[in-house]
Design a protein around this ligand. Sequence first.
Ligand SMILES: *[C@@H]1O[C@H](CO)[C@@H](O)[C@H](O)[C@H]1NC(C)=O
Ligand SMILES: *[C@@H]1O[C@H](CO)[C@@H](O)[C@H](O)[C@H]1NC(C)=O
Ligand SMILES: *[C@@H]1O[C@H](CO)[C@@H](O)[C@H](O)[C@H]1NC(C)=O
Ligand SMILES: *[C@@H]1O[C@H](CO)[C@@H](O)[C@H](O)[C@H]1NC(C)=O
Ligand SMILES: *[C@@H]1O[C@H](CO)[C@@H](O)[C@H](O)[C@H]1NC(C)=O
Ligand SMILES: *[C@@H]1O[C@H](CO)[C@@H](O)[C@H](O)[C@H]1NC(C)=O
Length: 301
Amino acid sequence: MLILKKTMFLLLNPTSFLSLLITIITLISSTASQPTYTYLFCSDPQNSTENANYDSNLSALLSSLSSKASLNSFYQDSSNGIYSLYLCRGDVSSDICQTCINNATKEIQRQCASNGTAIIWYDECMLRYSIKNFLGVYETFPRFLMWNIQNTTSPDVNNIDVNALIYPMIRDIPYKDIMYGTDKSPSHDGSPNTYAMVQCTRDINSSNCRSCLDDLREAAELCCQSKIGWRIGAPSCSLRYEEYEFYQPPSTPVPVPSPQGPEPVPVSGGNGGNNTAKIVIATVVSSLAVAVALLLFWTQY
Ligand SMILES: *[C@@H]1O[C@H](CO)[C@@H](O)[C@H](O)[C@H]1NC(C)=O
Ligand SMILES: *[C@@H]1O[C@H](CO)[C@@H](O)[C@H](O)[C@H]1NC(C)=O
Ligand SMILES: *[C@@H]1O[C@H](CO)[C@@H](O)[C@H](O)[C@H]1NC(C)=O
Ligand SMILES: *[C@@H]1O[C@H](CO)[C@@H](O)[C@H](O)[C@H]1NC(C)=O
Ligand SMILES: *[C@@H]1O[C@H](CO)[C@@H](O)[C@H](O)[C@H]1NC(C)=O
Ligand SMILES: *[C@@H]1O[C@H](CO)[C@@H](O)[C@H](O)[C@H]1NC(C)=O
């Protein structure tokens, strides 16, 4: 509300409006180059006297992992008794994937120095490592939960629209090779479209992916049924639901695929500037509205 009032005021004052636009554009261009950090966990303190090589072993493994990110949206590796993997969201470009994993490998070492287990999440990717071999094992803890504080129009009623959208996704997407998918529900009776995304790390098999997503869906039902948007991230899978399109829509299949060809460049029309300004403001407002509540779970081993 405060933001809207401020915007209204600025709209009446051309000079301030210009400076607002410049601020927003600067904000967008700086956030576009950096991934959006979500959360991080560390555990299992390491005794660096006992294992003096741990830090350098970890650093070698993570930089080798990071070097794969321009070509692979998922990669797992292990060496010297440390296991690791990363996963980029199914719709992000290889450039964004690489940028995100570069940042993740640096941040996880900076914030979890000398920890035997760590996991970091961004909007665009996640990365984890451990001295315990977790590869192929599905894990739903630790997890984070985030929701929009805004209620749906009927918060006390079972949100059947969410289930109608998400159930079929959980049934089908684990059996796709990429274990990632998005879907959109139609608007009806004046309600907005809703959008959902599910993804699993590809070290686990399809039935484990499905179990993981079912666990998260149950958790979402408990916490967030009355909310207009929410997301849950766990080590092996993640689930997100919003009233706006937070992912790149899947590209329509091209008749002649050219795997080596350049990325398609969007063509902007004559009034592209206007559209950009509208999208920019919508993006800023919705990301402010989203990051409002965060709940974390950590199980004891
Ligand atoms: C991470 O490791 C450090 C150093 O061993 C330790 O002090 C810290 O408690 C660990 N953090 C967690 C969350 O286990
Ligand atoms: C680390 O290991 C050394 C050698 O085993 C031991 O003397 C020291 O107390 C340990 N330190 C911690 C914090 O556990
Ligand atoms: C990794 O650690 C082991 C001991 O745990 C050591 O023998 C080895 O040289 C280390 N490798 C690297 C690349 O640091
Ligand atoms: C990683 O990205 C964050 C923004 O999400 C930025 O503040 C930080 O400086 C970056 N870290 C590195 C090491 O590039
Ligand atoms: C959302 O709905 C719940 C249940 O009806 C209510 O307790 C809560 O105060 C509402 N929250 C907001 C922000 O409107
Ligand atoms: C999936 O992996 C689990 C072990 O994590 C195994 O018990 C199960 O049989 C596997 N399912 C299939 C269909 O391969």
